[in-house]
Design a protein around this ligand. Structure first.
Ligand code: TRP
Length: 335
């Protein structure tokens, strides 16, 4: 069957507070793509279990992230926005793919090494097989394109390797996905350690602008952003990572080029510039906050979206899962 539009798949873990890095680097790009592709966006709650969670907080946060997807402009009528755990096919295909993945491959994953170092008291098997579940996420939907950050490249590579291995044995079962790295959307760096990526799990609250931060918090954090002592607003990431990060943020939010930003603030102090960046980001988030509040107040609407979209996702996922089960020789269930 000829597919009309290409299929695009992405998602985020269901834990942590989303940041402006997630907003600019992922969500807003997804919104730009959602007309041109058939899109699936998952809230990856099974992946979140690889780290111990407080159940009540986890549940609340996962729902907030779902709501933020919608508030950012992803359309639950046109795209499929759903919770990973609501579609059991993910876990089922994940198991099968485990049996087609070598420990040697998983041992090479840098994220596994990093996370094992960070959670030395809980190096569980889920953390180890994280990439096979992610491969299942992507392959279940016959995805063509997967927008991801650079830190997920290795996981996409292993997904492609597993898919190719499977196809070599059983014929063309899976579409081999490509990574998709949108041009805009920059890498937003920490406001406190600007040579590190802004992260939703940073312990220093001042390092990160969260999507739930109000105007005062946003401006306060930008005012405290680490810069340098040169007092020149110039894009030079190697020598002036702090200022360059602020220029980058201001540039993506306003659509102005780096040169135009430099011109606009020539001769001005860092204080003025930080204030301007803070105001601009707060202005950008104003309508998003309003939409989020509306959606949070309308429980039935979000419930409805969750239900419909999980059914839609399951329909596509199950098609692939059935095919895989048949190929590997599992006995067909009598219905
Ligand atoms: N591992 C991804 C991250 O931490 C989240 C994720 C899980 C994902 N499954 C996916 C992203 C499938 C893209 C496609 O960012």
């Amino acid at each position: 069957m000829e597919k009309e539009k290409k299929i695009l798949y992405s998602g985020m873990q269901a834990t942590g507070k989303l940041t402006i890095g997630n907003y600019i680097g992922a969500l807003k790009n997804w919104v730009n793509l959602h007309e041109d592709y058939d899109c699936f966006f998952g809230v990856m709650d099974l992946h979140s279990l690889t780290v111990r969670q407080n159940p009540a907080e986890f549940r609340k946060n996962a729902r907030l992230i779902y709501t933020q997807y919608v508030a950012a402009g992803l359309d639950p009528e046109k795209n499929c926005i759903y919770f990973q755990s609501h579609v059991p096919a993910h876990a089922e295909l994940g198991w099968i793919l485990n049996c087609f993945t070598y420990m040697g491959e998983l041992n090479r994953m840098t994220q596994f090494k990093d996370k094992s170092a960070k959670h030395a008291d809980n190096i569980n098997a889920g953390l180890y097989t994280y990439p096979t579940l992610m491969a299942a996420d992507i392959l279940l939907y016959q995805s063509d394109l997967v927008p991801i950050g650079a830190d997920q490249k290795q996981h996409l590579e292993i997904c492609r390797d597993i898919a190719e291995r499977f196809n070599n044995i059983y014929g063309d079962v899976f579409t081999i996905p490509e990574g998709f790295f949108p041009k805009t959307g920059a890498r937003i760096m920490s406001l406190q350690e600007p040579d590190k990526k802004m992260s939703k799990s940073d312990e220093n609250e001042n390092a990160t602008i969260y999507l739930i931060d109000d105007r005062d918090a946003i401006i306060r954090k930008f005012k405290r952003a680490v810069t340098d002592s040169e007092a020149v607003i110039k894009y030079d990431p190697a020598n002036k990572p702090g200022i360059s990060n602020l220029i980058e943020i201001y540039s993506v939010v306003t659509g102005k080029s780096f040169e135009d930003v430099e011109k606009e603030f020539a001769g001005k102090g860092y204080g003025d510039f930080k204030m301007a960046v803070g105001e601009t980001v707060a202005d950008m988030l104003d309508p998003f906050h309003k939409r989020c509040d509306e959606l949070l107040a309308d429980k039935t609407y979000i419930d409805h979206c969750m239900k419909e979209n999980a059914e839609k996702a399951a329909y596509f996922a199950n098609k692939t899962l059935r095919k895989v089960q048949k190929k590997v020789g599992l006995t067909e269930r009598i219905r």
